[in-house]
Design a protein around this ligand. Structure first.
Ligand code: MRU
Length: 354
């Protein structure tokens, strides 16, 4: 891939988790070096690192870093500390299932190393966290390739929030087909919803697509209906934080409104994400825990009063799009069409039997 992407936004070096502080974009590119659980928790909670796959990779790397820096003198103490750190990081954000998926993978690996020394266990934890990151990168490319089969040259594409290179080790999910298409001269016209209240669309999606040389236009969230009506949009591509077993999708607040509009205007609505974002233990969207964030993000946006002091604000960070509004779910293992309950199970069964 020759497109200039953002520099590695999430990595590990000398027992530190290194991440690009996304809260400072697009104005400043500042890398943080974190080596303790409190700072790693804060970085996830405050969206310095964000987006479902990246939260998973950061938690896995973070858990390793904490254990590598552990002062435990015997294995029992080390094991107790592992559990406490894992449980603590798991409380940083509730909606994206990738956080729990990655932490559980680290815990399974920890169990497998039973009887080994602290040093050997740490080596295994390092390997597991690196595997999670490498797989994430490979999945992003595969998602992009599957997604691109649904798109044609010169299409107008709408996306909501940010699901690109900033949310993964690779080229992301919803933006992955855009990057691959760009390499092949597809000449997409991308519309990025600005995505209130934290502006992941205008601050992050526009930042990374523009940097990579794609044609991107920022619109306010309330303009999506108009641009669809004007015929500017041929497909909607969004990421996901958790897909329930019936195909209901939790993603950034506002996604469900975009999906309802897309249906009204006859525009395909594609959800793109790795299978690690599909949670077969969550039956439907109503079972998904939706994160409620500080009302100051709305009432005092980016350090400026955007509502009078004393006025209440309601700030759910995600919403659930009913499966009936989703044209297809695109994963690294292939494209899933309705009926989702049956076809999601089929996807998992096929990949296990391969
Ligand atoms: O609150 P955020 O910025 O972490 O929300 C991110 C999103 O909603 C993304 O669309 C989602 O995580 C998919 S990223 C592949």
């Amino acid at each position: 891939m020759t497109t200039t992407l953002i520099p590695a936004q999430l990595s590990m070096d000398k027992q530190k988790l290194i991440l690009l502080d996304q809260t400072l974009l697009p104005e400043r590119e500042v890398y943080l070096e974190l080596d303790n659980k409190e700072d790693i928790f804060e970085a996830i909670k405050m969206l310095r690192v964000r987006g479902a796959p990246a939260i998973g990779v950061a938690a896995a790397y973070g858990l390793y870093v904490c254990m590598k820096n552990s002062k435990a003198t015997d294995f029992k103490e080390f094991s107790d500390e592992f559990q406490i750190t894992k449980d603590y990081l798991a409380t940083s954000r509730p909606t994206a299932v990738n956080l729990f998926w990655a932490l559980d993978r680290m815990a399974d690996r920890f169990k497998k190393e039973k009887g080994k020394s602290i040093d050997e266990t740490n080596k295994a934890l390092l390997q597991e966290s690196e595997d999670i990151s490498t797989e994430d990168k490979q999945m992003a490319t595969a998602i992009g390739e599957h997604g691109l089969t649904l798109l044609k040259k010169n299409m107008g594409l709408l996306t909501h929030c940010n699901a690109g290179g900033l949310v993964a080790s690779g080229i992301g999910t919803a933006l992955a087909p855009m990057y691959l298409g760009h390499e092949k001269g597809y000449n997409f016209k991308v519309y990025a919803d600005e995505t209130r209240p934290l502006l992941q669309g205008s601050r992050l999606t526009a930042y990374e697509l523009h940097k990579a040389g794609l044609d991107v236009t920022v619109i306010c969230d309330n303009m999506a209906s108009l641009v669809m009506k004007e015929g500017k949009i041929d497909a909607v591509l969004v990421g996901c934080d958790r897909v329930a077993a019936n195909g209901d999708v939790a993603n950034k607040i506002g996604t469900s409104g975009v999906a309802i509009l897309a249906k009204e205007y006859g525009i395909p609505m594609y959800v793109l994400g790795p299978t690690s974002t599909i949670d077969l233990n969550t039956a439907t969207g109503t079972d998904i825990d939706i994160e409620l964030r500080d009302e100051q993000e709305i009432a005092n946006g980016f350090g400026r009063r955007t509502a009078p002091i004393g006025v209440k604000a309601y700030n759910p960070a995600f919403d659930v799009t009913d499966a009936k509004y989703i044209t297809a779910i695109i994963t690294e293992k292939g494209i899933v069409y309705p009926p989702y309950k049956k076809n999601i199970r089929k996807l998992f069964k096929e990949s296990v039997s391969k």
